[in-house]
Write a protein that binds this ligand. Structure first.
Ligand SMILES: C[S@@+](CC[C@H](N)C(=O)[O-])C[C@H]1O[C@@H](n2cnc3c(N)ncnc32)[C@H](O)[C@@H]1O
Length: 930
């Protein structure tokens, strides 16, 4: 049997670059393919792209003929890292030159006939999309029809109409169309077509508003109507008055330009009216911020009587159909800013005029962890919308069907084939094209629904409506913004179809297909490379949440994809999510998740190509990271499932999407919010070993593997997680490891042993430093920068064969009045020069390097690094790893840990820059420093 070639991802990946690009991508809202349609817990495209590249491209060690020495391999790895560093940048995602360089590298490793990539949990489609971008045939499947539809819209439909000009009869925007640009232009055109017809049909329900004098008068388009829910006053004297239960009266919190609504209560008349207030005293604004809230949850006070309104009362009123709503304000398009107008009778009357002829009856799940509205009487997905919102969504849905006919006519006129093959069967003629455009128009309706329901919050900071899925749940809301679907802001149809259009413009258009399949039994194309991101435990209830979209998609897209939308709701029972309410309790839910996941992973392991490692993403739950760190139960259980499914785990790369500049993120393990598992099928001939043999193997193989990770500048914060890879590689290479009592060693125990080995490795590093540095490191571990007794310091110094005075002379500590303390970086001599220091220690070099990096930036630090020189520089890096570990785990000092992590994070850049600095530049820099 020939051994498969080792891939880059089995040895090292440039984590810092991947993490930084993934974090940056989070803030990109425009032109990201994810703007096509929301899906929960999407992986950043940058990470997917880099991981796929490293999964396919050979590690240089696989070619000893071309790279015979460790140095040659390292140099080649650096070159490949350079390609990844360019590849992950968002601005390069459509840069053909950069992409082609990556594709050429993949072809060089995989041959001209590229292997297909398969993702059996494809969700929002990030992995297949990136596989396609890299030129590979991309396939995927998901259990959820909404996810399947999104996947198809991203990777399956656009290639059918690649490079085609739009078919609409209007003026065309350009002469040449690449990829899906023509399709995107048609989405915009027919989106506008729909909007014009919607105006004719329901425009009267969305009147403009008269602006008051201070806004310059005249009529303006409404952005949103701000409502508060109401219940009858609990005071019997006012039982006939509906009183608002509002969590805030604040409309704009812009400093100095605050706007809020003031309720005017007339007890005689038993009425509450609303007045817009600008500015006001601090107390008034603070009060406005509280609305009628009297505490957390559904605790309010009655504006008319002052009586307390308790949660149970609110729930009862909701269930009995006695919850209403009152309009508190109208937000309109002002002259360069928002205009806030008090409600008027006409606007209130019109809002209640709308009568929908259909509403989704699908019940909301009885899952109080994520769905909070049912106890208040909002029990179906239809209940989440006001009547006027339902009328708008119904009208838009009908219009998509009409648009489809119109598009088909226009497409025929534009010369598209009359071939009647539908889109779902691979059609590319006029009918299929009309269906394709309708899919994206349907997505636009979903986006209108997301920002056009009664759980949309008005955000007084951004002065805009905030869609329902701020988190992976449907929480209850008391005051809400009813956005204007015929306006121009969030919640409007035109904003929605533009999002779909923009998302479509950036998709790559290669070969690809997405199908609806349960991952537990899916049959995967032969020879597929598997890369997947399964659901993690109970993090996201995809099926339940996605019914919010399913009910609308079904209405709009059922004729196009009857097999996806012919069911009542999204499939639930096979979903691999540990949902206690569905499975009859926590334990049963856990068993369902683990059994299913084991089956799905075993299915992958049986069908995956032996030429490539399989990649499985594991997403940490935030609380899990915070509470348990890296050896949490969830993580160990998941690894156990992977190993039991027949895989060896060879790598565990932490990937995060938090900015590395964020203080807490830098200093703690909390930043590793997902881990990329690198797996290979375990050999059938794998042996069984004992615990003692396993520990011996760890001691033999782990230190060089960790040293390799350090050589690749894996940041200290990422080290504990990354070191698990080679450790698990040893553990899972064997059929099993037997404990002394002949029981099988659990993954949890193996993880503990691996962590202990890592600690030992770092302690061994300690032994290599000069005695002053060893003194400082131990003293620092015990005291930090605080004072300690001279006697203890003296003992510690003597044990290292030096005196406290020698450490003081080295410029590390202050020794005064019987107390010793380590000097802070801010106290160090800013004129320090390693070239003239006659008592140079690694400690000083490390602290000065961080000082210069933090105060003067990377170039100045590179100059200093050059002066410190090669061999000592490596020791500085070792010390930074060691001190990070001391701060993060033993001293729990996240801020100080950040400093060491930050140094390693830029180490590659510093060494690169240092190598390019000439002595003349150093002198120049020296002069500049003065
Ligand atoms: C973490 S998400 C994938 C996200 C995706 N990588 C992305 O970036 O958008 C996990 C997916 O697994 C799907 N899923 C859950 N149970 C499944 C099953 N039994 N078979 C196939 N897919 C399933 C969910 O619907 C969800 O879309």
């Amino acid at each position: 049997m020939t051994h498969p070639k080792k891939k880059l991802i089995e040895v090292a990946i440039p984590l810092e670059a991947i993490n930084a690009a993934s974090a940056r991508e989070k803030s990109i809202r425009h032109g990201h393919p994810s703007t096509l349609h929301l899906w929960w817990a999407r992986r950043p495209l940058a990470a997917c792209r880099a991981v796929l590249f490293a999964q396919l491209v050979d590690d240089p060690s696989a070619h000893p003929d071309r790279f015979p020495t460790a140095e040659a391999q390292e140099a080649e790895r650096k070159r490949l890292f350079g390609i990844i560093e360019e590849l992950v940048k968002w601005e390069n995602s459509t840069n053909e030159e950069v992409l082609e360089r990556a594709r050429a590298e993949i072809r060089a490793s995989c041959g001209e006939a590229l292997p297909p990539v398969y993702d059996p949990f494809s969700g929002g489609g990030s992995i297949p999309l990136e596989a396609q971008r890299l030129g590979l045939p991309a396939y995927g499947s998901d259990l959820n029809p909404v996810a399947v539809m999104i996947g198809k819209a991203m990777i399956e439909i656009p290639p059918r109409f690649k490079d085609r000009p739009p078919i609409h009869p209007g003026l065309k925007e350009r002469n040449h169309y690449r990829n899906a640009e023509g399709l995107a232009e048609d989405v915009k055109h027919y989106g506008e077509w729909m909007r014009e017809r919607a105006f004719e049909r329901i425009g009267h329900l969305y009147p403009q508003v008269e602006l008051p004098k201070e806004y310059g008068g005249g009529k303006a388009t409404v952005i949103a109507w701000i409502w508060a829910r109401t219940v009858p006053s609990p005071d019997p004297a006012f039982a006939d008055v509906q009183v608002p239960i509002a969590s805030s009266f604040l409309l704009s919190s812009k400093k100095g330009k605050e706007v809020w609504v003031e309720p005017i209560v007339d007890r005689q008349e038993k009425t509450i009216t609303w007045r817009i207030r600008h500015g006001g005293t601090k107390e008034e604004i603070a009060k406005a911020k509280e609305g009628t809230k009297a505490g957390r949850g559904a605790n309010f006070r009655c504006l008319v009587s002052g009586a307390a309104i308790a949660p149970d009362y609110v729930k009862r009123m909701g269930r009995e159909g006695k919850m209403g709503q009152t309009m508190m304000a109208i937000v309109a398009e002002g002259n360069r800013s928002r205009a806030y107008v008090a409600p008027n009778d006409e606007h209130v009357r019109i809002a209640f005029e709308a009568k929908p002829d259909w509403k989704p009856e699908t019940p909301l799940p009885n899952d109080m962890r994520a769905f909070w509205t049912p106890p208040y009487g909002l029990t179906t997905f239809g209940d989440l919308f006001t009547d006027r919102q339902l009328v708008a969504l119904n009208t838009f849905s009908d219009l998509v069907h009409e648009a489809r006919e119109e598009i088909e006519k226009d497409a025929l006129a534009a010369g598209l084939s009359p071939d009647p093959t539908p889109l779902r069967e691979g059609g590319t003629g006029a009918r299929a094209y009309a269906e394709a455009v309708s899919v994206y128009l349907g997505f636009a309706i979903d986006r209108v629904a997301m920002s056009g329901n009664s759980l949309v919050r008005w955000n007084p900071v951004g002065q805009k409506a905030q869609h329902i899925f701020g988190r992976q749940a449907i929480p209850m809301l008391w005051d809400y913004a009813e956005t204007n679907p015929l306006g121009n802001a969030t919640g409007a149809l035109n904003a929605a179809y533009k999002m779909a259009e923009n998302g479509l413009r950036t998709v790559p258009c290669g070969v690809g297909e997405i199908a609806q399949q349960d991952a537990q039994g899916v049959s995967i194309h032969e020879g597929s490379v598997i890369c997947t991101d399964p659901p993690y435990y109970d993090n996201v209830g995809y099926a339940d949440l996605s019914d919010f979209f399913f009910v609308w998609m079904k209405r709009v897209l059922r004729p196009i994809y009857p097999e996806l939308f012919g069911v009542l709701a999204t499939p639930k029972s096979e979903e691999l999510v540990a949902t206690p309410y569905r499975h009859g309790g926590r334990d049963l839910a856990e068993a369902h998740f683990l059994d299913g996941m084991r089956t799905a992973i075993a299915n992958m392991s049986q069908q995956s190509s032996t030429d490539y490692p399989t990649i499985i993403y594991y997403a940490f739950k935030q609380s899990e990271v915070a509470q348990d760190g890296i050896s949490s139960t969830g993580w160990a259980t998941f690894l156990q499932a992977v190993i039991e499914a027949g895989f060896s785990v060879l790598g565990t790369w932490p990937v995060r999407t938090e900015m590395r500049t964020r203080q807490i993120a830098m200093g703690t393990n909390a930043l590793a919010n997902s881990v990329v598992l690198v797996c290979r099928k375990r050999a059938e001939t794998a042996e069984t070993i004992t615990r003692a043999e396993f520990i011996r193997a760890l001691k033999r193989e782990l230190p060089p593997a960790i040293a390799e990770l350090q050589a690749a500048n894996i940041a200290p914060a990422d080290m504990p997680q990354s070191a698990i890879g080679p450790g698990m590689g040893i553990f899972s290479r064997y059929a099993c490891v037997l404990e002394a009592d002949d029981s099988k060693m659990s993954v949890k125990t193996a993880l503990q042993l691996i962590n202990a080995e890592l600690d030992e490795f770092l302690n061994d590093l300690h032994g290599n430093f000069d005695p002053e540095t060893r003194f400082a490191a131990t003293w620092f571990e015990q005291h930090g920068f605080a004072k300690g007794d001279y006697g203890a310091a003296d003992n510690l110094a003597r044990a290292r064969g030096i005196s406290v005075d020698s450490v003081r002379h080295a410029g590390i500590v202050e020794s005064l009045a019987g107390k010793v303390r380590i000097l802070k970086r801010s106290e160090l001599d800013p004129e320090w020069d390693p070239g003239t220091d006659d008592h140079l220690t690694v400690w000083e070099c490390c602290q000065h390097l961080i000082r210069v990096l933090e105060n003067d930036g990377e170039y100045a630090a590179a100059v200093l690094l050059k002066k410190i020189g090669g061999e000592r520089a490596e020791m500085v890096k070792d010390l930074a790893y060691y001190l990070y570990e001391v701060c993060a785990t033993r001293r729990q000092d996240a801020k100080e840990a950040t400093a060491y992590n930050g140094l390693i994070a830029v180490w590659s850049d510093l060494t690169r820059e240092a190598a390019q600095i000439h002595d003349t530049d150093m002198n120049r820099q020296g002069r500049l420093d003065i």
